[in-house]
Design a protein around this ligand. Sequence first.
Ligand SMILES: O=c1nc[nH]c2c1ncn2[C@H]1C[C@H](O)[C@@H](COP(=O)(O)OP(=O)(O)OP(=O)(O)O)O1
Ligand SMILES: [Mg+2]
Length: 199
Amino acid sequence: MTHGKLEAGSKLVLASHNAGKLAEFSTLLADFGVTVLSAGDLNLPEPEETATTFAGNAALKALAAAKATGLPALADDSGLCVSALGGAPGIYSARWAGPNKDFPAAMARIEEGIGSDERDAWFICVLCLAWPDGTTRSFEGRVDGSITWPPRGEKGHGYDPIFTPTGESRTFAEMEEAEKNAISHRAHAFKAFKQACLD
Ligand SMILES: O=c1nc[nH]c2c1ncn2[C@H]1C[C@H](O)[C@@H](COP(=O)(O)OP(=O)(O)OP(=O)(O)O)O1
Ligand SMILES: [Mg+2]
């Protein structure tokens, strides 16, 4: 196992418990010969996200999974940043939805907080690949857009029904997964990860 590059046939742990992310990951990784195992399949615990940055939380999740399994692990820490809210919910995007993952309530909290014409927002994704020896590499992706109200669309996950990317009239939740995967924050981070880490 060389460090930095994943060879065809090698195993990769996806250190996420979010079904929506895992679906996007498997599509984004489909054309590469890695064998993917998810944190849920392996019964890995969900580490507490105690860092103060996306990069810090991505590294913490990837390292926990790599050390627990002895395999390279890829984590994603992501979130929605709203300009009128000073960048919130940001790294707290999952926590705003609470333990029951109540995204309708979290989306309403965003809309109530905006209270102006300033509707700019962006999604950030930091991917971290960690190796069992503690080596890490991180890649960031971003997509700019605006907050749409009321929410629209049934596809996607999380905050997708209120996010319309710049230059589009549809929200992420109104797009096919392949369309979102061509332009999303996760897609941009994946492109950099693939170039650096996949043979
Ligand atoms: O493409 C996206 N479309 C909609 N919403 C999104 C997206 N990407 C991140 N988000 C929001 C929802 C998610 O709950 C939070 C990430 O929080 P984050 O801690 O990274 O993920 P998580 O707790 O859901 O799963 P895990 O930590 O096991 O990977 O930001
Ligand atoms: Mg999380």
